[in-house]
Design a binder for this molecule. Structure first.
Ligand code: URA
Length: 263
């Protein structure tokens, strides 16, 4: 192979990888090395010319800079702007009406993380405003009041793993969670709450990176970075009449969280 052909092949190789700009750090390594002919024992075996061996590509460095995961002086406003008014980073944009960023106290000591918006949230652009949301409000305010803790729903922050409604309320897919999860992590880093309450298995999976189910995780403190995380049942699960035991457990979890955060 001629030298220009080898160079072209390298460039195409990197282009296929998505790397468009390259620079050369040192002199180019000769692309094709001549190989000594193989010694031939005796006729009539024909002399075989070994194929030319292509050297590995020279060391190159990509000039592509990825956006930092933790921008300096990040704010909730900056995250909202980065998502943009018409995010099309994943397929969930196709059927959503409104992006549901999150709501509540931006300096909250406690953040609740749900799975993703439902129909009511998609229509209003606010998290947990439907039936599950009403139950969540009741759980927060009812438990706080019973325990003598003076907080209301607007004192905490509430958001979701994915910011757009999955069609038919299906569970978000791994790539959707991954793409939108970066914004959730930025929200958590900006707010830096004293504790996080992950509602249901999707939130637990996104925050803790675990495949363990809620039943196993709930009731015990876990950690995201240095922040204590309590996993508990999702309010939608608690709305089903056959899950009444779980309701009692969720109340116990919430009691633990509220005392830890506000005592
Ligand atoms: N369920 C969720 O997980 N999030 C919402 O915002 C509403 C329902």
């Amino acid at each position: 192979m001629s030298h220009p052909d080898a160079v072209r092949q390298y460039l195409e190789f990197y282009k296929d990888l998505g790397i468009k700009e390259l620079y050369r750090r040192t002199a180019v390594v000769p692309a094709v090395a001549a190989v000594a002919p193989v010694a031939v024992a005796a006729p009539p075996v024909p002399v075989v010319t070994p194929p030319a061996i292509v050297q590995p590509p020279p060391i190159v460095e990509s000039l592509i800079t990825l956006p930092p995961l933790e921008p300096e002086n990040d704010t909730l406003d900056a995250i909202r702007k980065d998502i943009g008014p018409d995010c099309k980073r994943c397929r969930l944009c196709e059927q959503r009406n409104k992006i549901v960023f999150g709501s509540g106290n931006e300096n909250a000591k406690l953040v609740f993380v749900g799975e993703g918006p439902g129909a009511d949230e998609d229509a209003q652009g606010l998290p947990f405003v439907g039936r599950a949301g009403q139950l969540l409000t009741q759980m927060i305010e009812g438990t706080a009041s019973k325990e003598g803790i003076a907080i209301k729903r607007p004192d905490v922050y509430i958001c979701n793993v994915v910011k757009c409604r999955p069609p038919e309320n299906r569970t978000p897919l791994p790539d959707e969670m991954e793409i939108c999860g970066q914004y959730l992590f930025r929200q958590l880093m900006v707010i830096k709450p004293k504790a996080i309450c992950a509602l249901g298995s999707t939130a637990a999976k996104a925050v803790l990176g675990t495949k363990e189910g809620v039943t196993k995780l709930r009731g015990n403190w876990q950690k995201w970075r240095d922040i204590p995380v309590m996993v508990t049942y999702h309010p939608s699960y608690l709305l089903r009449p056959y899950n009444q035991n779980a309701k009692r457990e969720a109340w116990e979890d919430l009691k633990k969280v509220l005392h830890f955060v506000y005592d």
